[in-house]
Design a protein around this ligand. Structure first.
Ligand code: HEC
Ligand code: HEC
Ligand code: HEC
Ligand code: HEC
Length: 477
């Protein structure tokens, strides 16, 4: 059934690490000369075989890494508390991740061996220590094992590069040890040696987990690639500038004061404040006065002023962003204005509908003729800004690992403005006087019918109001 999974779609690559960066081809020569490489990378691990991606499974021990509690309670208190509030520290324990992993991905890998490695690979990004320790599937979060550390301090601060040309599918190079990499050379702490790393400050570091290819060779997560193609990369504005911002202060209890301490905020879709205001809306009519029976066209300009990548990005298979437009007449009667169709290929996936989708959840649930659940769970006729993912049978899926193709990409690019129209024929019985038309943009992390079906906590399907704008016309006779 899955003979069509191309071999080599995963990123596992065996690297001969010769004391230098994946990007530096001079490495082998430098260490052959016996020079302690000037670069931060490699060092003691010169000539070691370091495996990355799928190949890194079981190549390390948990005890190779310090715990976040150790880093956080002895010296880096503020950074630790910031990290604990970020999704980074919950990438394994977060309940929706637990549901998707244990209810869908693991059973899928058991029923269809072609997906076993893919299900193991979830941990490569969500709990890299567990993956490298070969502890897959890891104990459930309630067991409180070290897998719960998720993406931890000592994991990130001992990454030295990535394998190949493009960062994706956890192809980071992990070199745990006494040397911790960071943004400053500075003085060594009693606990560890500090080495300055250019790599941690690059978007490629983030890309090793924020780009993902499915076993069918499809880019199912491409936040770093979207960024790289967009205006922010050209201007040198990196992930860090929006998600790890700089502030005056201390980075360690006994350390120096710096004007630009990296804040470990990692705030994204799970921070309503980060999402609010991402897109600005402005709505205007084509005429300011109209009679019952007239047609009025409202145009809405939607400008993505805030994201460095597309919106939504990351877990695009789960996310839904939609625009609801309504008119209220002088007597308070409410009319829903469906969006005008533009006529592009695949547009049906960008307009709210009540059809069923996500039938491939039936594989893991062992319900062969599972009918699916509602695709959108929003008002029919509203415009949706999304990119649909399709399973090998061509049905919409939220299982990114079971994605064989992608549909139309109707998301907001960074700094892109989209224009939408709603044409409204004023009913004969509409009240005379002011008619107020409001366009609102909403965001949901997970389509509600899927959240309800899988028993995902309600906050994952919380409706966040991104922005809104209104205009007024006069109804006359
Ligand atoms: C080891 C893999 C890994 C690396 C490296 C990594 N991330 Fe993440 N990141 C994750 C995972 C997994 C999540 C999702 C957590 C969840 O929702 O379960 C995440 C979540 C996030 C979120 C929160 C998204 C949301 O939905 O709220 C932001 C923002 C983020 N990462 C930014 C970054 C930045 C910036 C970098 C680089 C400095 C980076 N990440 C490096 C794995 C990684
Ligand atoms: C110019 C500022 C900016 C830059 C640069 C930027 N982001 Fe974001 N990012 C945002 C904003 C604003 C949001 C919240 C809206 C949203 O959820 O997409 C966000 C959301 C996210 C999310 C959650 C996306 C979702 O919809 O679930 C992730 C993950 C993320 N960013 C990672 C990154 C990574 C990795 C990079 C670098 C490759 C990066 N960001 C660069 C501003 C930025
Ligand atoms: C997802 C990866 C990631 C995680 C998890 C992470 N960091 Fe960082 N950290 C970074 C990056 C990236 C930088 C900045 C690198 C740069 O700007 O060149 C940084 C910078 C730092 C700095 C230097 C701050 C400064 O400005 O001097 C310290 C100290 C630090 N981290 C400690 C920690 C501790 C402690 C934890 C756990 C509580 C932690 N980090 C978790 C990626 C991470
Ligand atoms: C290449 C790295 C990578 C792999 C492999 C990966 N993920 Fe993720 N996952 C992420 C990142 C990064 C995010 C956060 C994206 C965002 O916030 O939009 C994420 C988000 C999620 C979310 C949504 C969390 C939320 O808070 O909305 C779920 C659920 C999830 N992953 C489950 C899985 C499962 C199950 C697998 C294996 C089949 C898997 N992931 C494989 C990196 C990865």
């Amino acid at each position: 059934m899955n003979k069509n999974i191309p071999a080599g779609a995963t990123a596992g690559i065996l690297i001969l690490l010769a004391g230098l960066a994946a990007s530096s081809r001079g490495g082998a020569a430098a260490s052959a000369r016996g020079g302690a490489a000037a670069s931060v990378r490699g060092g003691a691990a010169a000539q070691a075989l370091i495996k990355t991606g799928d190949e890194a499974l079981g190549t390390r021990k948990y005890s190779d890494f310090q715990t976040p509690q150790f880093c956080g309670t002895s010296c880096h208190g503020d950074i630790y508390q910031q990290w604990r509030q970020a999704m980074m520290s919950q990438a394994y324990t977060h309940h929706w991740d637990e549901i998707e992993y244990f209810k869908l991905a693991v059973p899928h890998g058991e029923k269809d061996k072609a997906f076993k490695a893919v299900a193991d690979g979830c941990n490569g990004c969500h709990t890299p220590l567990a993956f490298m320790a070969g502890d897959v599937p890891p104990p459930r979060p309630e067991k409180n094992s070290r897998a719960n550390e998720s993406v931890s301090c000592d994991f990130c601060h001992t990454v030295t590069g990535f394998a190949g040309d493009t960062p994706f599918n956890f192809n980071f190079i992990s070199e745990p040890g006494k040397t911790k990499y960071g943004p400053r050379q500075g003085k060594n702490s009693p606990e560890h040696n500090l080495a300055k790393s250019e790599f941690l400050g690059t978007a490629e570091f983030c890309g090793a987990c924020h780009n993902e290819k499915s076993p069918f060779g499809v880019w199912v997560k491409s936040t770093h690639l979207e960024w790289k193609d967009g205006p922010y990369a050209k201007e040198g504005v990196r992930c860090h500038d929006c998600h790890m911002t700089y502030a005056d202060g201390f980075s360690a209890a006994m350390g120096n004061r710096y004007p630009d301490v990296r804040q470990h905020l990692f705030h994204g879709a799970h921070d309503p404040g980060k999402v609010q205001g991402t897109v600005e809306l402005r709505v205007h009519p084509d005429i300011r006065e109209a009679e019952p029976g007239d047609k009025v066209k409202f145009t809405i300009a939607l400008f993505n002023q805030k994201t460095g990548h597309k919106f939504p990005s990351g877990s695009v298979e789960d996310r839904i962003v939609w625009m609801h437009v309504q008119a209220v007449d002088a007597k308070g009667r409410v009319y829903h204005l469906p969006v005008d169709k533009k006529g592009f290929a695949g547009e049906e996936y960008t307009i709210g509908s009540d059809e069923l989708a996500y039938q491939d959840m039936g594989i893991a649930l062992a319900e062969a003729d599972f009918k699916g659940v509602q695709r959108d769970g929003i008002p029919v006729g509203d415009r949706i800004f999304r990119m649909p993912y399709f399973d090998p049978q061509g049905r919409m899926t939220i299982q990114q690992w079971n994605t064989k193709s992608l549909g139309v990409d109707y998301r907001f690019g960074p700094r892109e403005t989209k224009l939408e129209t709603c044409t409204f024929t004023l009913p004969q019985d509409i009240a005379l006087g002011k008619l107020k038309v409001t366009a609102v943009l909403y965001f949901q992390k997970l389509v509600k019918p899927v959240a309800d079906f899988l028993g995902v906590p309600a906050e994952e399907a919380e409706i966040i109001r991104v922005n809104e704008h209104a205009t007024v016309i006069e109804v006359v006779d």
